[in-house]
Write a protein that binds this ligand. Structure first.
Ligand code: ADP
Ligand code: MG
Length: 306
């Protein structure tokens, strides 16, 4: 099988591991920088060009789209879809999961446990919004933040008001969320492939930090998920339409709550914590699904609707 990995940097741990796993399993693999792709959007013969050459002959594409290049990155994935190449995660699903508010709404609609979350546009509504999510302490987050940047804990109502006003003044899109204090600065990253949680780790923020992101100095350890947590992660992945993703769950007094679903989960933390060959599992899943779908669909795919 001929696999394209969309990644801006071939030296990143996750990219290197996927390349290694693909080669080990006898596949052809090429790392492609999405920002160097350019496209011819025609209905007859859609194509992608890369550093002066037309890209041809790929059976599957594994998108690893960084959050700073979501717009262009998903356009490239969409173009691969138009060409009939199997995408491990579809472009629409990636776009969906990048917007935290949109994700929360989709998950809420299907009854997934979530922190109480509010959203408002007008500064006049701030007081009421704070009351609506249960008052301080509360968490304020940028809709498109990542790696813990853009997530703020406001301990008092006054602090919450001024932070929300500041973000609104900057025209930043934010949401306001119940603070799950009982999780103690820890969350669980569940790595989902297909309909299974193949690995899970607990991430604990350093002393005095409520954010557990590894990029913010958090540490990873093994954890055993409850059946409810496991099924919550699988359902969340399915609702988002992602075949491979990291579902982040907090243990709250009202059961497991999903915080976010990440469409390009980092592999380093979870492979090291669990000593599992996650990259190998991703490649096997990709190859299997690409083979199955190539039997069924041609260029007139129904993928990527909306
Ligand atoms: P990012 O996309 O930047 O990782 P998250 O929404 O995942 O943003 O938040 C970052 C971290 O902050 C989480 O991993 C979690 O540890 C903590 N956190 C986020 N929201 C809450 C919340 N409502 N209650 C408690 N902790 C939270
Ligand atoms: Mg996160």
């Amino acid at each position: 099988m001929n696999i394209a990995i969309l990644s801006r940097n071939r030296n990143l741990y996750s990219t290197r591991r996927l390349v290694e796993a693909a080669q080990q399993k006898g596949h052809e693999v090429q790392v492609i920088d999405v920002l160097r792709c350019y496209m011819n959007i025609t209905s007859m013969r859609p194509s992608i060009h890369y550093r002066g050459q037309e890209l041809n002959g790929f059976d599957a594409v594994i998108p690893r789209i960084g959050s700073s290049v979501t717009f262009y990155g998903t356009a490239v994935v969409r173009q691969f879809e138009m060409m009939g190449v199997y995408p491990l995660n579809e472009s629409v699903a990636i776009t969906r999961s990048r917007d935290k508010l949109r994700s929360m709404q989709l998950l809420a609609r299907k009854g997934i446990g979530l922190p109480v979350t509010g959203y408002a546009h007008n500064p006049d509504d701030i007081d009421d919004l704070i009351k609506e999510v249960g008052g301080a302490p509360l968490v304020i987050k940028l809709l498109e933040g990542t790696q813990g940047i853009g997530v703020v804990l406001a301990e008092t109502t006054k602090a919450a008001e001024s932070v929300i006003q500041a973000f609104m003044g900057l025209k930043a899109n934010i949401m306001v969320q119940e603070f799950i204090k009982e999780s103690g600065g820890a969350d669980m990253r569940c790595l989902v492939i297909g309909e299974k949680v193949v690995a899970a780790m607990k991430r604990q923020g350093p002393e005095g930090e409520f954010r557990s992101n590894l990029h913010r100095g958090g540490t990873a350890s093994l954890i055993r998920l409850t059946p409810e947590e496991r099924s919550t992660a699988v359902r969340a992945a399915k609702i988002m339409g992602l075949n491979v993703c990291g579902v982040d769950i907090l243990r709250s007094n009202h059961g497991p709550v999903v915080m976010e679903v990440n469409s390009s989960p980092g592999l380093e933390g979870i492979e090291k914590a669990t000593e599992k060959d996650i990259a190998g599992m991703i490649i096997d899943f990709t190859a299997r699904r690409a083979t199955e779908t190539s039997g069924r669909s041609t260029r007139t795919t129904t993928r990527g609707k909306g």
